[in-house]
Design a protein around this ligand. Structure first.
Ligand code: BES
Ligand code: MN
Ligand code: ZN
Length: 459
């Protein structure tokens, strides 16, 4: 079980002691009449003056110093997500019960990335009532904050060696084992694809391999694409597309956040986290279009485009993951622009061979307000990946179904008998929403955790 101190709680937007708290009450538009009736004449006048209609985002102060918060009646992150930055600094509590999901929304709305610039203010803090599970809420919030910080940190301070340091710190915190294969050692381990993608960068590519938990528990392997900067390689990206590519390790950051949550909650599984980490850089020794790579699985891959590098990192990690026959492999990757065209930036595209598993994860996504949407793993499109000189090309010549062809590429490296979930994610909020500030974001993290807890949790 996690032990959080005062500082952790404050950073996550929560208060631990009953300091001077201000009362808050959620009010829907349907309840507003009743509230007006109960209120004194002065309060009624103030509510009108403040134009309080109990719409989502409305806030009104009453004469006794408490406040009403407009609410659309939904149990989601947005219900309280705007409050930590909207309310004056201080400590608050609700006059009624709130759900753990709403509390998580508060915590996520308190986030600020302050590594390079002081935070503008301290978020308003929430004192949780006894019926909310503070540790579980904190674990879920802190998992997401970890992911966001990793993504928001620029590539100069989040190179493969920094990702390794972060994974090592995570392993130490929870008593996990960690093993890292770096640089030329990747060739000894026959990870020719990871090595090729990362070898042109000053900070060497590596495969980070963390294991935790009782070996008798079901084996779950979480993989994340850890491209710490994606210049595109020799197929260099235009400036505007390269601009956000510090976030191309978003998959690795989500895998770390999910691993944090699994370990903090002590979920009875045997966890393995595999992070292939590399910077897709340009130098004289960069891999080139036309090169043919030797993957860990033994399949050869002709490079059509050096910018389709994520699937190359993942293919070696996936075949290594299959070697110890896990019950489930979950991978996260900022893999294709095509997935963003298909479902936009705010939904995680999900690929899965098993419709029942996909349905269970979709249901978990709904209850956690962490949206995912299935896209097809349509085997007939595999022809687009055929090469005249190797077993596969890394990028289809046509961009049609680009997220599906990327997923089909990965499927070649997953054994048929191993259940597998693949998430093609943005890992970044392009606009600020309540509980979802602009910047790095942990997409499909709480959804997958919810599924794992339902399936493997002992309560
Ligand atoms: N990291 C990018 C994909 C990406 C871009 C994700 C923007 C989210 C936002 C990936 O490595 C990439 O460059 N993919 C190419 C693949 C293509 C060359 C087949 C793409 O999507 O254009
Ligand atoms: Mn790329
Ligand atoms: Zn990439």
């Amino acid at each position: 079980m996690q032990n959080y101190d005062e500082n952790d709680s404050v950073a996550a937007g929560f208060a631990r002691h009953d300091e001077d708290t201000t009362d808050l009450t959620l009010v829907t538009s349907g309840q507003i009449e009743a509230h007006l009736k109960n209120a004194g004449a002065e309060d009624r006048a103030w509510l009108t003056r403040q134009n309080f209609n109990a719409r989502k985002g409305d806030l009104a102060w009453l004469a006794d110093g408490s406040a009403l918060v407009g609410w659309d009646g939904k149990d989601d992150l947005a219900a309280l997500g705007h409050l930590p930055m909207r309310l004056p600094e201080g400590c608050y509590k609700f006059t009624h019960s709130i759900t753990n999901l709403q509390a998580i929304g508060w915590g996520l709305g308190a986030y600020q990335f302050d590594r390079y610039k002081d935070a503008t203010r301290t978020p308003a803090r929430l004192l949780l009532a006894g019926e909310n599970d503070l540790v579980e809420v904190m674990n879920k919030v802190c998992a997401t904050l970890l992911t966001r910080d990793l993504i928001n940190t620029p590539s100069q301070d989040m190179a493969p060696s920094h990702l390794e340091a972060e994974a090592t710190a995570l392993a130490e915190r929870f008593g996990a084992q960690i093993d890292v294969t770096t640089g030329e050692e990747l060739l000894d381990r026959e990870c020719g694809a990871i090595h090729a993608v990362g070898r042109a960068a000053a900070d060497q590519p590596r495969l980070i391999d963390l294991t935790w938990g009782d070996a008798k528990h079901p084996k779950i392997t979480v993989i994340g694409k850890g491209v710490t900067f994606d210049s595109g390689g020799l197929n260099i990206k235009p400036g505007a597309s390269m601009r956000q590519m510090k976030k191309d390790m978003g998959g690795a950051a989500i895998a770390m956040g999910l691993s944090y949550l699994i370990m903090a909650q002590n979920l009875p599984i045997r966890l393995r986290m595999l992070l292939p980490a590399a910077e897709n850089a340009i130098a004289g020794n960069a891999f080139r279009p036309g090169d043919i790579l030797h993957t860990h699985k033994g399949l050869t891959v002709e490079i059509d485009n050096t910018d389709a590098e994520g699937r190359l990192l993942l293919c070696d990690a996936l075949s290594i993951a299959c070697e110890d026959s896990p019950e489930l492999i979950i991978d996260y990757a900022t893999l294709t622009g095509a997935a963003r065209v298909a479902v936009g930036t705010e939904i995680a595209a999900m690929f899965c061979k098993d419709p029942e598993l996909a349905a269970a994860v979709s249901a978990a996504a709904n209850v956690t307000d962490d949206p995912v949407w299935p896209l097809p793993l349509h085997d007939d499109y595999t022809y687009m990946l055929s090469s005249k000189v190797a077993d596969l090309v890394n990028s289809a010549t046509s961009g049609f179904a680009g997220a599906s062809t990327a997923a089909l590429f990965l499927k070649h490296f997953v054994n048929d008998d191993v259940p597998w979930l693949h998430f093609d994610v943005m890992a970044f909020n392009t606009r600020a929403r309540p509980a979802r500030p602009e910047g790095g974001e942990a997409m499909a993290l709480r959804a997958v955790y919810q599924y794992l807890e339902q399936r493997y949790g002992d309560t």
